[in-house]
Design a protein around this ligand. Structure first.
Ligand code: NAD
Length: 319
């Protein structure tokens, strides 16, 4: 089995690759893994066991058809993580998001079709559904994205669906809630707050801090992706969630405690433009495939704080 992982040097993709190479996924213990990653600011080869005998690393851009044509043939499976992923950056400038997340996905799908890839798993986000005040979204909800990031991911999802409907390419789409865990770029909320608090620096909460996110540990997300790959159906969409809904204010307060920091370091800053109030997934469909989150949120958060505390050289430019 040869597995082609786009964006495999990023936060979630590298967790997936490390787990697969460590033999965590039944039936894939001998899989040969190709990581295809542009190494943007978010990609880091230090996240990967680069000298592993079953890992091949290719620095490449999913928008580059010729590079895909060279690298893709011979792979049975594509797991597509590569994306511009930070909402704040998409507010500052949408162009790279449309370019990589929409056009890049289209190139990848085109070349997967030509190369005869068996299955393409497209990793997407709950943010494509928009914002919900009460209740939870199932997979049949309309896509109502509010940020340029989520709009570009919705474009990616719709292109994937079109390749299934038009070409019968076996494409599966997953939409996951917010992830946390080790190796996440420190621009994102949890690692940003941890690393600031450990350094005694203030952390800024948007608005009144009442925005609600549903948190899932990255290793649970990857286990769910593997479940969709092995037991899911072509052309289907699967929500991946945890049911753990927490306000950003509560996250900040827990992290203050876990980092032994001064509560006065929590500051309130002007809200993000178009800030979604709440995300909440109905993930009953994937539980029918046998998925349930394994990592308790309180334990996972404490372990994540410990990881950043123990790995300052990974995240700090001056240590
Ligand atoms: P990340 O920003 O940490 O990593 C993205 C990776 O993609 C990086 O290694 C980067 O170098 C690579 N990349 C970017 N543009 C590329 C291009 N044009 N060609 C090839 N490689 C490119 O992102 P992440 O948090 O690991 O997210 C991975 C996927 O999961 C994304 O598609 C994201 O939308 C989705 N997702 C993330 C979350 C979350 O909470 N982080 C939740 C749900 C879904």
């Amino acid at each position: 089995m040869r597995v082609f992982v786009t964006g495999g040097a990023g936060f979630i993709g590298s967790e997936y690759v490390r787990a697969m190479l460590a033999g965590a996924y039944p039936g894939y213990e001998d899989a040969e893994v190709t990581v295809f990653d542009l190494l943007t600011y978010a990609g880091n080869t230090a996240n990967l066991p680069m000298d592993h005998e079953r890992l091949t690393f290719v620095q490449g851009d999913i928008r580059d058809g010729a590079a895909l044509e060279r690298a893709l043939p011979g792979h049975e499976v594509v797991v597509h993580f590569a994306a511009e992923s930070h909402v704040d950056r998409s507010v500052a400038g949408a162009e790279p998001f449309v370019s990589t997340n929409v056009l890049g996905t289209q190139q990848l799908l085109d070349h997967s079709l030509r190369a005869g890839v068996g299955t393409v798993l497209c990793v997407s986000t709950d943010e494509v559904y928009g914002s919900i005040e009460s209740g939870s979204w199932d997979e049949n909800e309309p896509l109502l994205p509010n940020s340029p990031y989520s709009a570009s991911k919705a474009g990616s999802d719709l292109m994937a669906r079109a390749f299934w409907r038009t070409h019968k390419l076996d494409v599966r789409i997953t939409r996951c809630s917010n992830n946390y865990g080790p190796y996440q770029n420190i621009e994102k909320l949890i690692p940003l707050f941890i690393t600031n608090l450990l350094a005694g620096k203030p952390v800024g909460l948007y608005g009144d801090g009442g925005n609600v996110r549903e948190w899932l540990h990255v290793s649970d997300h990857c286990a769910a992706l593997q479940r969709v790959l092995t037991d899911g159906e072509p052309g289907e969409v699967y929500n991946i969630g945890s049911g753990v809904e927490v306000t950003n204010r509560s996250i900040a307060e827990r992290l203050v405690q876990l980092c032994d920091a001064d509560p006065g370091l929590i500051r309130y800053v002007e809200d993000r433009k178009g800030h979604d109030l709440r995300y909440s997934l109905d993930f009953g469909k994937i539980t029918k495939l046998g998925f349930t989150p394994a990592i308790d949120f309180e334990q996972g958060l404490a372990d994540t704080v410990r990881w950043y505390r123990d790995h300052p050289s990974w995240w700090s430019s001056d240590s």
